[in-house]
Design a protein around this ligand. Sequence first.
Ligand code: HEM
Length: 432
Amino acid sequence: MIASASDIRPFIPDDVAKIVLSPKSYADDAVIYGAFKWLRENMPLGVAQVPGFDPIWIVTKHADIKEVERNGKLYHNADHNPILNDQASDAFTRDINDGSLRIISSLTFMDPPEHAAYRSVTSNWFLPGKIGKLEEQIRALAKKSVEHLLSFDGECDFVRDFALHYPLRVIMTLFGVPAEDEPRMLKLTQEFFGVHDPEEQRPEMVADPVAGAKMWAAALEDFYRYFDDLSARRKDVPTDDLLSLIANSRVNGLPIPRDEANGYYVAIATAGHDTTSSSTAGGLHGMMLYPENWAKVKADPGLIPGLVDEAIRWTSPVKHFMRNATADTVLRGQTIQAMDRLMMCYPSGCRDEDVFADPDRFDITRSPNPHIAFGFGPHMCLGQHLAKLEMRVLFEELLPHLKSVELAGTPRMVETNFVGGYKTLPIRFTRC
Ligand code: HEM
């Protein structure tokens, strides 16, 4: 028994709890950010009890998310599912996966000490000093993407015609995946992350109660088939790409096992582009809604790194990861029991009034900007420096060509409570 902590669980009102858990809510900023604001003000750490789901602690404050994430021993990723699923979907995953929820052996599904051993395989490769050497290669891809955008006659969909393809090109180039295979990678990622969005689902899975879990399993199978072949080729003939580094790595003195290698490929292939493209689209959208930023960055391109950080904070494309407590503990005065599950709501932490003045406002001069859209602690985004470099270079190449830009329709967001953001962003632009 822990003294002075409250053992009475604060239950979140049903309507608010349903909003936070439901993928649909994330397609409407007013709905989801309204719910998070209510929670931060009234019940910053409460339990959502929604039929069909485990009871879940909803963590909405910046400080609490950091507190949980910094302590990887007390709060694990993977004793349960690090991604929120309903109980039926988790049961399906266990059924097809020998009773385990670890459907993919990626970093996200690992805890200490395994996590550190696998993370160290690529952590050097992703450091800013190393990533910086790729700038010219990335700039060449950015220039090509900008040329493509400018080929549209003053009107296009910024997401579908532009933002979606460039980060995919970057990561696949660094990975050594041939350009002709990119559409397949894009489709698989969209199925992987868009499991709850009817427009992204495989047709046979729409309206299936465990569609999400089935889509994951099917997309993973396809990814593995693809990467098994590429990995074998890199083992025969090593190159200097990232895939070769992983394929030929040793962990704890032994060659990396097939499942863990595939887990790595899938994580990097998928985590690396939907997130970055959504943040890029968010950056442009933010400047259209708050045009003083457009004027400032056009006058001073030195503000582009600030634009990138603010775009990532404001969009916060990763909506949650889960942790479970490994022992009884106290957080914000509440007793958390061993094996309780907690949902880290990054978009909420990124708009916490205690940290960000006027948090809904898009402001590229916000300084400091200690957002947690990349998470925090041992699992903090491995690709964060790459994502920021890609976005900076893209805006550096794009902005000098655009005189003005405005919305040409209503943007639409993906229905997901996991990873997503802009599905469409129709724009009208004039060239310089
Ligand atoms: C993990 C966000 C881009 C690879 C994560 C996490 C978040 C995140 C929130 C979980 C952190 C945690 O649990 O504390 C983002 C955002 C991105 C982005 C907002 C773009 C704006 C990328 C890119 C790559 C990448 C470009 C790779 C090329 C990964 C990997 C992990 C991860 C491998 C798992 C790390 C671990 O568990 O140790 N990311 N990410 N991400 N991200 Fe990113």
